[in-house]
Design a protein around this ligand. Structure first.
Ligand code: M6R
Length: 567
């Protein structure tokens, strides 16, 4: 995911931009660049790879100026290269962009038709060229940017900077979030408030379709219809230490370690001390009035939904449908009466999930969200927003947000079971005390770090890894495979253990580690049978279980991990 920053400031912009881009590093990137206007002249510097390469370049080839835009690029159109890196420039305009211009091919053809040449393979360059084309026709920068924005299809956030204009920046949001930061006689733009955290705590979030014209002392927002729009300025509290690795090697390690604390926080908000029932914020929801639940999300958040489906169905006896947001939104499914639609997202800004939520507006009886970023579009646009209290998640690979999502979803399922009179007081109390004990269980699991590291080292030599699970463990197996792919680039697939014999078993040989999630529960014996099938083909089983499970099923396995105790 690309990152955007912009500054109309009173100090040199380049170091401010680079520092702000560092705070967006968590989104992942392959190149970076900045542009400034100095004494009326627009110039840019771009570098491939880490931000340190851009910083080094700026040491040798400084870029003065107090107005600037910056970008970290994650290649979508065109390979990672200096020429494909942002800002993109055409004549008097420089542009940074997050998202995708879906009609860039038509625009490219049109621009080529009038003799314009492309220097890059990106969709973004069409934005710069089109704007320059309108400038050459005599339009002002604001009119040229507006005319360009009217022509664009897709989901994007954009910031424009112009030659000769040191007190002007134009920004727009459609599908990708963008925030304005208000300083004293300074103005900032950022993909999120984290980028702007040390610069200002006064933030205005642009809404869908908004365009803003900024100077150092003023800003004017117009909505998608072109009408002047009043968007609230919020004083936000982002603890800048949250954007610090706190002694950990990387953010993901920090966030894994934070789980006992943040889960305790999430549980405290829904199960206040001394209470024996789940409390939802605001007006809540009465699940006795709901016949059906539709859950929609992407990636890890989707796997959290798949897990929660078991809880809503088994504990609350409510029928649940779970869908990937990018499929749901284009499938346009019918939403029968008495349906609650629930959207799960860490960022609260994922375009497909947001589009799916908007599809359900006016169709579902109630729109709920489980999001981490409380000010996000998904949280703001739902009838009932259920925050997960995970704190800022910087690591691209979702970790603590996933476990906090699961905790909140389980509490919501308990609330549903209570509303629908599907749970006895004893069973509810058993779940509540298990939830309250969760931080300690997680802390014990984290003490397994050294053991887990040894297993990970062995797995790191594999080319392909299979993950298996039954029941609740199946979505966890899916999430495990996603994490392994994302973090190690090792090919990994997950299957419901019962599916092993229906095809994937053909892949098993002595090269193939098979990670099996199997606690000692009612499905354990079936999982043991699956492990036997794997071992009979010389597959290497890594069994992740609890102490009784390891005792009973650990024999003959390659590696074992006790998820809540000793190895
Ligand atoms: O912010 P969201 O939860 O909506 O993001 C959805 C997915 O992109 C996300 O969960 C992704 O799969 C994880 N970061 C992977 O670790």
């Amino acid at each position: 995911m690309c990152g955007i920053v912009g500054v109309l400031g009173n100090h040199e912009a380049a170091p401010i931009l680079v520092e702000a881009l560092k705070r967006l590093e968590y989104r992942g990137y392959d190149s970076a660049g900045i542009a400034t206007v100095n004494k009326g002249t627009l110039a840019r510097r771009r570098a491939l790879g880490k931000l340190v390469n851009l910083s080094d370049l700026l040491v040798h080839d400084p870029l003065p100026g107090k107005s600037g835009i910056g970008h970290t690029r994650w290649a979508t159109h065109g390979v990672p290269s200096v020429s494909n890196a942002h800002p993109h420039r055409a004549g008097s305009v420089a542009v940074v962009h997050n998202g995708i211009i879906e009609n860039y091919r038509e625009l490219r053809a049109e621009l080529a038709g009038i003799g314009l040449e492309f220097q890059t393979e990106t969709d973004t360059e069409t934005v710069a060229l089109l704007t320059q084309h309108y400038l050459e026709q005599g339009l002002s920068p604001v009119a040229a940017a507006n005319q360009t924005l009217d022509r664009l299809q897709g989901a994007f956030a954009l910031a424009f900077l112009f030659d000769g204009e040191e007190d002007l920046m134009i920004a727009a949001r459609r599908g990708s979030p963008l925030a304005i930061g208000h300083g004293d006689g300074e103005m900032f733009v950022g993909s999120d408030a984290i980028a702007l955290a040390p610069l200002t705590d006064r933030i205005t979030y642009l809404e869908e379709g908004d365009r803003v014209v900024l100077s150092r002392t003023s800003f004017e927002i117009r909505d998608a219809q072109g009408a002047l729009a009043n968007r609230a300025m919020k004083t936000i509290q982002i603890d800048v230490t949250q954007v610090d690795k706190a002694g950990h090697k990387h953010f993901m390690a920090k966030e894994i370690a934070e789980q006992p604390t943040v889960i305790a926080e999430a549980i405290r908000h829904y199960l206040p001390v001394g209470e024996d029932a789940v409390h939802l914020p605001g007006a809540g929801i009465d699940f006795s009035q709901i016949d059906r639940l539709t859950m929609v999300a992407c990636g890890t958040a989707y796997y959290a939904c798949l897990t929660a489906k078991y809880w809503f169905e088994q504990i609350a006896r409510i029928p649940v449908e779970v869908d990937v947001a990018s499929e749901f939104r284009y499938r346009e499914p019918p939403i029968p009466g008495k349906t609650a639609a629930l959207f799960v997202s860490q960022s609260g800004e994922t375009a497909d999930t947001l589009a799916a939520l908007r599809y359900c507006e006016g169709k579902a009886d109630k729109i709920l969200s489980v999001a981490n970023v409380a000010e996000s579009s998904i949280a703001r646009e739902s009838d009932l927003a259920l925050p997960i209290h995970a704190g800022v998640e910087i690591g691209v690979a979702s970790t603590k947000a996933f476990t906090c999502q699961l905790s909140v979803l389980l509490m919501l399922a308990l609330k549903a079971a209570t509303d629908r009179s599907e749970i006895t007081a004893e069973d509810l109390q058993a779940h509540i005390s298990a939830l309250r004990g969760l931080p300690n269980v997680l802390a014990a699991a984290l003490e397994q770090n050294d053991n887990i590291r040894q297993t990970a080292q062995k797995l790191s030599e594999a080319r392909d890894v299979l993950f298996l699970g039954r029941g609740l463990m199946f979505p966890l197996a899916l999430e495990g495979a996603l994490k392994l792919k994302e973090i190690s680039y090792i090919h990994a697939e997950a299957y419901a253990s019962g599916e092993l014999k229906h095809g994937p078993i053909a892949l098993i040989d002595k090269q193939m580690p098979v990670v099996v999630f199997a606690p000692k529960d009612r499905l354990f014996d079936k999982s043991v049978s699956n492990m036997q099938e794997v071992m009979a083909r010389k597959g290497k089983v890594v069994l992740i279980s609890d102490a009784p499970g390891l005792k009973e099923g650990g024999e003959g396995t390659w590696e074992t991990i006790d998820a809540a105790g000793a190895r």
